[in-house]
Design a protein around this ligand. Sequence first.
Ligand code: ADP
Ligand code: MG
Length: 719
Amino acid sequence: MAHLRFKALELSNNRPKVEVQSPGKISEFYGKDVFGLKQMQALLSPDIYKKVKKSIQEGTKIDPDTADVIASAAQSWALSKGATHYTHWFQPLTGSTAEKHDTFFDAGSGIEKFKGSALVQQEPDASSFPNGGIRSTFEARGYTAWDPSSPMFVYSNTLCIPTVFVSYTGEALDNKAPLLKAVEAVDRAATKVCQMFDKKVTRVKASLGCEQEYFVVDKALYANRPDLVMAGRTVFGHNPARGQQLDDHYFGSIAPRIYDFMRDFEVEAQRLGIPVSTRHNEVAPSQFEVAPLFEDINVATDHNLLLMDIMNKVAERHSLKVLFHEKPFAGLNGSGKHNNWSLITNTGTNLFQPSNSARENLLFLVFFINTIKAVYEHADLLRASIASAGNDHRLGANEAPPAIMSVFIGSQLTSVLDELEKKGNIKVEKGENMYMKLGIDKIPSIILDNTDRNRTSPFAFTGNKFEFRAVGSNENTGSPMAVLNLIVAEQLTEFYENVQKEMKKGAEKRMAIVSTLRKYIKDSKSIRFEGDGYSDEWVEEAAKRGLSNIKDTPRALDAYLTDKTRKMFAKHKVLNDIELEARNEIRWENYIMKIQIESRVMGDLVLNHIIPTAIAYQNKLLKNAEGLSALKIDNKEVVNIIESVSGYIGTLRKEVYNMIEERKRLNKVEDLRERSIGYCDDVKGKYFDTIRYAVDKLEMLVDDEDWPLVKYREMLFLR
Ligand code: ADP
Ligand code: MG
């Protein structure tokens, strides 16, 4: 069987050469495949253009006549780009994106046609997408509806129209609809708060910049690993002698083969208006990162999904495979998707940017402290928003950061908050004096030299934005970002009401704000942590503080269904009870499927690859032992190896069959939550590590010539 591995290595060595052409100046092709404002302005009459722009920027509805005109312009633009089809591009709860292509060509009339109605709405067959029981309960069919706030684009000869996906009874069936609603909620709440300071603020937008981590492996080697193909991660594999302990990969130059791939996918991304700006190696061998500049959260989310798709496609051309799994290789760093998030007003103020003006610093502190308080209040929900089978390997597993939510703000801002908390009831004073007394007049100079970045924190303040780092590399950011914006909306609403209450009691506005903030600083103190988030001490300390450390997805998901969460989602009209319950059913089911697949791959590999290989090797050794003994030579060492090998074979047979029995038992459990907990504790928990341990031991015992699976060291050091 070893021939399979050697064939793969040979294929990898003899892969076709890829010619990478220099793309020329980025400014010459950037956004060429996007039907953005610029293209619309060129193709639409001024009054229609004004309507579209208003709709994009303010969310106003587009009437059918206008939609017809836009559709026709979009069609001629798309045809000029070589498009033959159009599709509503949407984000079903499976995690990726989906499309249903229709051709522009109308065979009846013999010409291309694209009506406003087709732009605005389409009907994919909702029954083939997960809906968590909504469909069967309500006999609802689904439709996709155009989201003008994210621009259309031409991709693979198809005009792609970003859309939301909802059922006919109005329930959201995708990741985008709740995100858009949460962003509206935070806009409403934040605008109200800003207006206490500045009446010119009429809109607050959430921004997102995603740093995407990923691994790259050779395609032929990937194909040799059924675990990578089926489950996206290696379920077996002994650690290479050199892993990431030297840290040399992080600082090293990018391997030429990877560099070509990066340049290629960046060009495609840039053509589609994705502002990719940085690229570099990551800590683990064969691990990399790409980050675009931040954008409006909805567009940034669409762009991240599109970027992942582009990377998959371009990798194919380079005989490579991109791994977006959160933990493709045991013993090496996992991959995340750092979500850099901030709130920016229509007047151009980043609400998380400390400034030179003391008065504006109070506004900064309002948003800063309310965000910390929001994380404190809803830490479990935030934890749930990033829960997935893949991310469980990153959070809470032995070699990864714990699943404890905490906030890092740096030592300088900590002392600002400490001072603010301590400063008693200072008197109201006119002008800047009061800010000085509160110690908040000099924040800016402090922040600029705040270089102490704690990389171990799941949620860190990084100068002018918060960075949610616990998000998994494969996650649709729509899900955690909907939660983050929602909890901040909830918190800001409460803050606003509190301040109003104090003012009604006669407090001066600034004093009402400051005293509310002081209370929040005290209340939320336990969520702040500046130390090493990866240390064992923190796990203990967090437990003392009463912070949760929910290690697995099935249990983490409960936070979506508490009364507190349900009320908040309903109050801000983001998701109703039915939708929340349906989503959890899907998540639990998804978790079960993932673990089931991993368990099956493990079983199949053990029974079809590993055990036969070990037995063949054992036979070789037996012959050797017999030969030695015939010559009266001591064969003790060989017999020892035979015993080890046969011991592991025995363990594997037993454990795999027991694991299969356990799956059979669990598959009869009706309740999805209960079944997913069973899969977590009784399949993954009881068997995965034991089976892996035995297989990885055999990998070290069996002759390298005989081993069937491509090894870590062969996969991880691409040149
Ligand atoms: P890091 O040191 O963590 O790599 P960078 O400064 O490179 O941080 O920024 C990472 C990401 O944060 C980029 O996508 C960048 O555009 C984004 N970012 C910067 N400012 C903001 C902001 N105000 N809001 C949201 N994202 C931002
Ligand atoms: Mg970062």
